[in-house]
Design a protein around this ligand. Structure first.
Ligand code: GTP
Length: 211
């Protein structure tokens, strides 16, 4: 099957554990967290779209479309996945799949999109999500755009917000990614994500160690 894939950065959360400071915009290395995530994803797939409920002006330096959720309130990552699917379907030559990443995970694997793509290659309608160290990371996945009507119906119920709950209703695969070892010998989960002020300090330490 010929897959036409667009990348999507889910950046529409509330950052409550970061005291409401948008995680995407935190300084990281000489840039911001979002710049690292964008660069890493755009090396793997183009085009890339960014999904956010926050002021689009915050992301204007990135050369990519910013698409808001169209589900009322903060409905979680599934609302971002739906918005990206609608964007992908609305293009002149529609995309068959979107590959999603979280805005708060700057070390995700360089072979993420290729590995997910290979996993679903022959199975129309199949989803594939990432795992590491035996833990699922369902925000990192490849999703058929054809599931958008089903997802919209699912989200019309306010109790339906968990990615896993929707995922489990559909054929899906899991791609396991190895835990890397830093030069210092410290293991680094490529899906280490930034939720709290302690996490951003830890992410900066890891970045300094590998760059
Ligand atoms: N589009 C969209 N993305 C979301 C939404 N909620 C979370 N995300 C994204 O999904 C990923 C995981 O988010 P979480 O860390 O679980 O939630 P968060 O709201 O960012 O942070 P907390 O408020 O601290 O839980 C991040 O990339 C978020 O930006 C949402 O309502 N819409």
């Amino acid at each position: 099957m010929d897959l036409r894939i667009a990348g999507a950065i889910l950046a529409g959360g509330q950052s409550r554990r970061m005291d409401g400071i948008d995680k995407a915009l935190l300084p990281f290395g000489e840039k911001r967290v979002i710049d690292h995530v964008f660069e890493r994803l755009s090396r793997q797939i183009t085009p890339v779209v960014l999904n956010s409920n926050n002021e689009p002006v915050l992301f204007m330096e990135l050369p990519i479309p910013v698409v808001p959720d169209d589900i009322d309130g903060f409905a979680g990552p599934l609302a971002g996945i739906l918005a990206a699917m609608e964007w992908a379907n609305g293009q002149a030559l529609p995309f068959t799949h979107i590959a999603t990443v979280a805005t708060d995970t700057p070390f995700f694997p360089d072979d993420l999109v290729d590995t997910l793509r290979r996993s679903v290659a022959d199975e129309r309608g199949c989803i594939c999500v990432a795992a590491s160290g035996g833990r699922l990371h369902p925000v990192f996945g490849i999703w058929p755009v054809s599931l958008r009507s089903d997802l919209r119906r699912w989200l019309s119920n306010e109790n339906h917000r968990r990615v896993m709950a929707w995922l489990e209703r559909h054929p899906h695969k899991i791609a396991e990614f190895p835990i890397r070892t830093e030069q210092s010998g410290v293991p680094l989960d490529p899906f280490f994500n930034i939720n709290t002020p302690e996490d951003i300090n830890e992410a900066r330490r890891r970045w300094n160690a590998i760059s």
